[in-house]
Design a protein around this ligand. Structure first.
Ligand SMILES: [Zn+2]
Length: 172
């Protein structure tokens, strides 16, 4: 876990987590860092069942020159953001197709995805990174990454937390 903590600290320096938290700002920062635009595609969680990773509700679709994150949107805002940040974690942690060890029959998968998500044409897809593309370590790391980002996002501003600490110290 310490390894992931360090990794997270490095990544938070390279791509700062917005304070106050704002997902679109963070998405733009990750996109700028990678030099590829990221589009969000809200879908029914049921569509991604069996394909999506993490809790089964997120899917990173790498197109030739941009990325799409499909996510189950029929949930709370916090959970939806957690799913999206989990996928961003895969991107930032370098869990892309070039480092993936599995080689499936892509055409079939892409056709299936395109069938589920009509706004995406099979020809535009370079890779789809779903559940079966990740080893459990990568899944765990992406989940830890999302946990840490969301924790940071929910944390009160530094100033407030300092006041908070002072308040409790004085009361002892
Ligand atoms: Zn994942």
């Amino acid at each position: 876990m310490t390894g992931m903590d360090n990794r997270f600290r490095e990544l938070a320096q390279t791509v700062p987590i917005p304070r106050p938290w704002d997902l679109p700002t963070y998405l733009n920062a990750v996109a700028a860092h990678r030099g590829r635009t990221i589009t969000l595609l809200p879908v029914d969680t049921a569509i991604l069942a069996g394909t999506g990773c993490g809790t089964g509700s997120g899917l990173w679709i790498a197109k030739h020159d941009s990325d799409v994150i499909a996510y189950g949107a029929d949930t709370t805002e916090w959970h939806a953001e957690h799913i999206i940040v989990h996928e961003l974690g895969h991107m930032l942690l370098g869990h892309g197709a070039e480092s993936s060890r599995t080689e499936k029959s892509p055409t079939q998968t892409y056709a299936a995805i395109a069938g589920l998500l009509p706004s995406i044409s099979p020809e535009s897809i370079a890779h789809v990174l779903g559940r079966s593309d990740y080893e459990s370590t990568r899944e765990r790391d992406a989940e830890t990454f999302a946990d840490l980002v969301m924790l940071q996002a929910m944390r009160p501003q530094r100033r407030e937390s300092l006041l908070h600490k002072t308040f409790f110290r004085d009361r002892r």
